[in-house]
Design a binder for this molecule. Structure first.
Ligand SMILES: Cc1cc2nc3c(=O)[nH]c(=O)nc-3n(C[C@H](O)[C@H](O)[C@H](O)COP(=O)(O)OP(=O)(O)OC[C@H]3O[C@@H](n4cnc5c(N)ncnc54)[C@H](O)[C@@H]3O)c2cc1C
Length: 280
């Protein structure tokens, strides 16, 4: 049994803590905020729980659906036909299927065809390692032309990433197009999953499962320092909270990266991120 420390009680941190407990480890989660959930957290709006950011699940999110099943809340996932719009030159256009693309006015047919081919190839490709070193801007421009990039992508990237818009990875955009693009009932109908009660349903259930399995969640405790000692050994300390007068170490043990322990389900460990440390 290893001692595992997870930094952050967002959905990834909680899921990896749950997984480590399933593997029989002793688990501590340290969370800077007073609430678990991270970006999938919620806030109280006059007695109504509202998500900080809206969340949906795609058909390709198999690990998420597996986790919901394990937690016994798969029946809370509702698949809904959904639609999108494309606001262009003062008009809201229908969006999200081939006919919608062809019917957008004032865009040259060749630009639409290039865009359509681009999305089709994105959704069919299984691996695309060449994208790791490309920016989304140069990759999309190569497929859709400057005109296609400017009309369909530039504003979206600028509003989402601001000064980083030009350097966002092509690999990230590709997986996003593929993930959302393949979440469909048919070629004409997109379908997305929503959790009854919002992401809070998953967060609450993960917290309950962690606590029921003797895991420890420390809210209001920011990891402040990771000290590398003896090569790959790491040490974590945490911030003073209102309950502690002085900073103290979460453990006197040395920690090593969980993913390198070689004893876990590697596929899932990779998915869950690298902010997980476990003792030798
Ligand atoms: C507007 C918006 C919409 C989204 N929509 C979707 C969607 O529809 N579907 C989907 O799958 N994903 C969506 N996401 C992404 C999703 O929210 C994230 O992928 C997910 O929350 C990442 O989880 P995480 O645990 O890795 O990180 P986070 O949720 O960011 O959690 C990190 C946690 O670590 C804590 N922390 C940070 N530093 C420290 C420290 N030093 N010590 C201790 N704790 C620390 C933070 O307080 C936080 O609680 C959306 C995100 C946004 C912003």
């Amino acid at each position: 049994m290893a001692k595992v420390v997870v930094i952050g009680a967002g959905p990834m941190g909680l899921a990896v803590a749950y997984q480590a407990l399933q593997g029989g480890h002793e688990v501590y989660v340290v969370e800077a905020s007073q609430e678990p959930g991270g970006m999938a957290g919620h806030f109280d709006f006059g007695g109504i729980s509202i998500e900080r950011f809206y969340h949906f699940v795609c058909r390709a999110d198999v690990p998420t659906v597996t986790l919901l099943r394990e937690l016994g809340i798969a029946d809370k996932l509702r698949w809904k036909p959904t639609s999108m719009g494309f606001f262009f030159e003062g008009r809201l256009n229908r969006w999200g299927d081939p006919l919608a693309l062809l019917s957008v006015p004032k865009i040259p047919l060749i630009t639409k065809l290039r865009y359509g081919l681009f999305v089709l190839v994105c959704s069919r490709k299984k691996k695309w390692p060449q994208l790791e070193t490309k920016s989304a801007k140069e990759w999309i421009t190569a497929w859709c032309g400057e005109d296609g990039y400017k009309r369909f992508w530039e504003t979206l990237l600028q509003y989402k990433f601001y000064e980083y818009a030009d350097s966002i990875s092509a690999a990230w955009i590709w997986t996003r197009i593929k993930r959302v693009g393949s979440s469909r009932k048919s070629i004409m109908q997109e379908e997305l999953g929503y959790l009854e009660g919002g992401s809070r349903t998953l967060i609450d259930e993960l917290v309950a499962a962690i606590e029921a399995n003797s895991g420890h969640i420390h809210l209001g405790s920011a990891a402040q320092q990771i000290v590398v000692a003896n090569g790959r050994k790491l040490l974590i300390s945490r911030r003073t909270t209102s309950f502690q007068r002085s900073p103290r170490r979460i453990s006197h043990d040395c920690f090593r990266i969980y993913q390198r322990s070689g004893e876990q389900n590697t596929k899932r460990s990779k998915l869950l991120g690298s902010a997980v440390l476990s003792s030798n």
